[in-house]
Design a protein around this ligand. Structure first.
Ligand SMILES: Cc1cc2nc3c(=O)[nH]c(=O)nc-3n(C[C@H](O)[C@H](O)[C@H](O)COP(=O)(O)O)c2cc1C
Length: 245
């Protein structure tokens, strides 16, 4: 198919990177060439030279390396449709018994519920998340009715499943040109009261979604952290057959 006339050098490079990753991941391939699969992305998805590029030890798809959590947000408004697209991705996460225990309560900047959700965050998170475009509280249902039963029993995987949904949300945000930043720093009891959350739902995390802003707006201590962070080497996390710590 002929290339779109509007295709930019940036999107060509991104496409090329995806093709390279796909080629390296093709089924049956047992050996990966010994060079390191190194991709560094700027906040807009273009390649860049940066002091701490993210480097994959193995050729995972570039989308996993390009997602990151900024704090300098640009104060933009997000349409309901854009936000629902990000939440739609979360809907398709896997869960035990397909119980789909995740729930999301959102508020968009400039709407009546914004101040209420912003007021749930601790002071530190509020200081930067007030420039986000949407806030989302992630909850999970701690009980479920097993197949063939109408009686609710404890669902041990509710947090694990909600974590998958958050991961999907964050990746879709990044694929849609937004960023999602998870937060544990908020008042869970206040959240339960103010959002009317019943006892059989756990309050998991808060998320700030926005477009990147100027990091000069952040206090000095946070400015230097405003870039994609590295990870432990895979070999420190993975072992074959026996747990190695
Ligand atoms: C469940 C969860 C809670 C977090 N809580 C906070 C928080 O309260 N404040 C904050 O600034 N960042 C918070 N973070 C962001 C992490 O610090 C960040 O995801 C981590 O350093 C990895 O960076 P990256 O997301 O840019 O890859 C949280 C992330 C997660 C997933």
């Amino acid at each position: 198919m002929p290339r779109q006339a509007t295709e930019s050098p940036k999107s060509r490079r991104t496409l090329q990177a995806s093709k390279t990753a796909a080629k390296m991941l093709r089924p049956g391939r047992t050996e990966v060439r010994p060079h390191r699969f190194c991709l560094a992305y700027s906040i807009t998805g273009t390649f860049m030279t940066q002091s701490t590029p993210r480097v994959a030890d193995h050729p995972a798809h570039p989308q996993f390396l390009s997602r990151w959590s900024p704090r300098a947000y640009a104060n933009d408004e997000i349409s309901e449709q854009e936000l629902l697209t990000i939440l739609e991705a979360a809907r398709w996460a896997p869960s035990s018994y397909n119980s789909q225990p995740w729930r999301f309560v959102f508020a968009r900047r400039g709407t009546p519920h914004w101040t209420k959700l912003l007021g749930l965050l601790n002071e530190f998170n509020r200081s930067w998340a007030e420039n986000a475009s949407a806030l989302v509280i992630v909850l999970s249902k701690t009980t479920f009715a097993p197949p063939g039963s109408t009686e609710e029993v404890a669902m041990p995987t509710h947090s694990f499943d909600a974590g998958s949904a958050w991961g999907y949300l964050a990746l879709q945000a990044s694929l849609s040109g937004w960023h999602a930043h998870g937060m544990a720093g908020f008042d869970k009891e206040k959240t339960r009261t103010e959002l009317g959350v019943p006892a059989n739902f756990a309050i998991e995390a808060a998320v700030a979604i926005g477009k990147i802003g100027d990091k000069a707006m952040l206090p000095e201590g946070l400015r230097s952290k405003e870039e994609p962070s590295p990870r432990l080497p895979l070999q420190a996390l993975v072992s074959e057959g026996t747990f190695k710590g």
